[in-house]
Design a binder for this molecule. Sequence first.
Ligand code: SAM
Length: 274
Amino acid sequence: MTTQSTGPGSTFDPSTATPSRTYASLRGAPNDALAADREAVAELRNAIEKVDEVVRENAEALVRAVRYLASVGYDQFADLGGGRPLQGLDARKLPDLAAVAAQERPGMRWLLIDSDITAITAGRAILRGIAETEQVDLRDPTKVLKALDVHLDLNRPVIVILGAVLHFLTDWEATQLMTALWGDLPTGSMVLVTHVTSTGVEPEMVARGKASYEARHSIRIYPRTEEEITGLAGRFVIREPGVVATVDFMPSLDELAPKEAPHFLMWMAERLPD
Ligand SMILES: C[S@@+](CC[C@H](N)C(=O)[O-])C[C@H]1O[C@@H](n2cnc3c(N)ncnc32)[C@H](O)[C@@H]1O
């Protein structure tokens, strides 16, 4: 099933930066970046202190979480707004999340969903054999659920990953999606979220970063407070370690040294019985 998306990057437009390509550039893998993406990245680096570091820490935290979840037995994953797989070509040489899960749990099922045609085309080629892909706009929860139903067994727990993507949805859109997921996912499923936060960050930097991002990508971005990000869990129950900075989410021993803000916030929440 291929669905024509209406989200960012859904049709190829070289004049506008896309979140998928600028995010890959900030991780240190600028191979797909077009002139518009390079300009957007340059502006973001001026607007937001240590933005490359923030993005890389997000990527590392997601790798740690997926490795942990696969190691404890989860074998179905839906990476919503999963972005372009980078094949270890980023600055930290991180494996793609699907590859991490496949290594821990051969035979697992992985579904990559994104609105961006670049991410989907690359994902289809790079993750062939370990992942399925669908071009879907997360603002259309019916289509998201349909894709989950087609590619995964919804009688068994699923890990839904929403890495650095809910901040592109309005409160209403994010709530619609989370409510739809809660209604559809079987008990024992988990949702893993990372999100841009305004908590602990100078308001001027938040405003500068937001303005720069929106001008270059032609989309809205919603940095949320810790309380608002916590509230996105809705009826899902937030598990250990709670709502924390990405650097504090299951850190390995050599990462325990405190690092300065800003960071994305992160939580993992479970779908319990009604
Ligand atoms: C900042 S990147 C994060 C990529 C990946 N989740 C990660 O954390 O490494 C955000 C991704 O979400 C996708 N995205 C943004 N809005 C979307 C929407 N409405 N529907 C589907 N995907 C969307 C973008 O195309 C991009 O690939």
